[in-house]
Ligand binder design. Structure first.
Ligand code: ATP
Ligand code: MG
Length: 285
């Protein structure tokens, strides 16, 4: 790591290079077809990490415009999203020249992310962690300058944490836009079916095409019927590890009736099934 970030100077033209990224943090990124269970598993991973009394600095990133990660944990979503900052910072050359002396666009955007509480402190069990929501996608218009500043700002944000969990939308749109250089665990969430398998493969391919450094890829088959299991021949395993996560009526009931995922009992089948992953993550951070 230790990647160098390119940054605009506040004369609007020149480029300078600053080293914004520290050496070590762990990034867990979940991707998969819509509705496969990315948010449920992200929330459960966060809760398991909190339950194991993790002491490092954690950032959870909600990539879903509907901000369902906060909802699943029954936490207040951040008061502003990264998209709000992007949409309200239409950098052009004049505005960049108008920044306070010595302040680069990246520094300006970074300050906005902090002061407008896009990065919001939350608590889960005893664990303090930060939550950031990406918000809605781009409308028509040019976001090039602000996205460049955001890319630099997010690199600086990332460097502050020991562990980052990203609950993506179905694709890897945010990751590709803001040039995430490295993912330590790419978790492909699948349900037993050809279409979710095709989406997982596309995500894997996109990550490779982007040149992202990927530590381990895990395939998480979610909502697997304990009676039927999955047909391994139909879905050849293509990952470092595969986990089978059971379909649980208690999770579906929580979603129907409304309730925080952390209320699920300590020996809940989803917790048990995720434990090899949780143990690995905790042993590395
Ligand atoms: N193991 C499970 N057992 C039973 N229900 C589950 C399980 N995992 C997820 N669900 C249910 O499936 C639905 C979709 O889950 P979730 O919202 O986590 O998917 P997602 O991949 O994040 O969806 P989206 O792509 O829309 O963000 C929810 O109603 C959730 O409660
Ligand atoms: Mg989701």
């Amino acid at each position: 790591v230790g990647a160098k970030e390119v940054e605009h100077r506040n004369d609007g033209n020149c480029l300078c290079v600053t080293n914004l990224v520290k050496e070590v943090n762990m990034i867990v990124s979940l991707g998969g077809k819509g509705g496969t269970g990315k948010t449920t598993i992200s929330a459960m991973l966060l809760d398991e990490i909190a339950r194991h009394d993790y002491k490092g600095k954690v950032l959870a990133i909600d990539g879903d415009p509907a901000m369902t990660l906060a909802m699943t944990l029954w936490l207040e979503p951040p008061s502003a999203t990264l998209a709000d900052i992007r949409d309200n910072t239409p950098f052009n050359a004049r505005q960049i020249r108008g920044l306070p002396p010595g302040m680069s666009p990246t520094q300006f955007v970074l300050k906005q992310l902090k002061t407008r509480e896009v990065i919001a402190g939350r608590k889960l069990r005893g664990m303090a962690f930060d939550l950031m929501a990406m918000g809605h996608g781009e409308g028509p218009g040019c976001y090039c300058s602000v996205n460049q500043a955001l890319t630099g700002a997010l690199a600086a944000v990332r460097a502050e944490y020991d562990l980052i969990i990203i609950d993506n939308e179905a694709g890897l749109e945010h990751i590709s836009r803001y040039r995430l250089p490295q993912v330590d665990w790419l978790l492909l969430v699948l349900t037993p079916g050809q279409s979710s398998w095709a989406v997982a493969n596309r995500i894997r391919h996109t990550a490779e095409t982007l040149g992202m450094e990927i530590g381990q890829t895990w395939e998480l088959y979610n909502q697997v019927s304990t009676r039927r299991g999955i047909n391994q021949e139909q879905f050849p395993v293509n990952a470092s590890q595969t986990l089978m996560l059971p379909a649980c009526e208690s999770i579906a009931a929580l979603d129907r009736q409304g309730g925080p995922l952390p209320v699920l009992v300590e020996d809940h089948p989803l917790r048990v099934a995720l434990s090899p992953l949780v143990e690995q993550i905790l042993s590395c951070v």
